[in-house]
Design a protein around this ligand. Structure first.
Ligand SMILES: C[S@@+](CC[C@H](N)C(=O)[O-])C[C@H]1O[C@@H](n2cnc3c(N)ncnc32)[C@H](O)[C@@H]1O
Length: 170
């Protein structure tokens, strides 16, 4: 999940990074350590988690609400393009038409050379909601890559990295 950020930071002075469902902030801390000058925006639904994040990272730009508010939150901040989206959102956030709208909105706001990364547990890839999530990524992005299994994570996890079509359509 950090590798696309490092690529983005080599292209932009202050890459715009959106984290959906930052939770306890484990990934947030890694992102900030990797690229201290990043322009971070988090969106967290759980008020207790949001309070924890605000205390752990004073001054953090955090929206307290569902990921579906992302387009409005970007507009309010004058952010037109996002270099990296990091999502730890569960399946439920991608269910039904709201989920389709969310994936579509992420693709619409991604910089042409940006990346959308989705963390998921390894076992869940083959469950119907996990397969639906993969199909939705394939629908809105030109390329969807799957990482090797991250065995040290408990439980073991994989990361989808979705990127837009290149201008030449490849
Ligand atoms: C698997 S946890 C994230 C793990 C995170 N990387 C960490 O280090 O703790 C999923 C997070 O997504 C949040 N969440 C769930 N549904 C959401 C939604 N619709 N919009 C925003 N956040 C949501 C949960 O409150 C939770 O904090």
């Amino acid at each position: 999940m950090i590798a696309p950020l490092l690529a983005a930071s080599s292209r932009a002075d202050a890459p715009v990074v959106v984290e959906l469902g930052p939770g306890t902030g484990a990934v947030t801390a890694a992102l900030r350590a990797a690229v201290p000058e990043l322009r971070y925006l988090g969106v967290e639904l759980n008020p207790a988690m949001a309070d924890h994040l605000a205390a752990r990272f004073p001054g953090i730009d955090l929206v307290r609400g569902p990921a579906s508010v992302l387009p409005q939150a970007l507009a309010e901040r004058g952010l037109r393009e996002v270099d990296l989206v990091v999502s730890g959102l569960p399946w439920q956030a991608f269910a039904g038409s709201d989920g389709t709208a969310l994936v579509s909105a992420i693709a619409a706001h991604l910089a042409p050379s940006g990346a959308h990364t989705q963390f998921t547990y390894r076992w869940s890839r083959w469950a119907p909601p996990g397969r639906r999530q993969h199909r939705e990524l394939q629908r809105f992005f030109g390329h969807v890559d799957l990482s090797p299994t991250v065995w040290p994570n408990v439980p073991p996890a994989v990361v989808y990295t979705a990127t837009l079509p290149r201008p030449d359509g490849v």
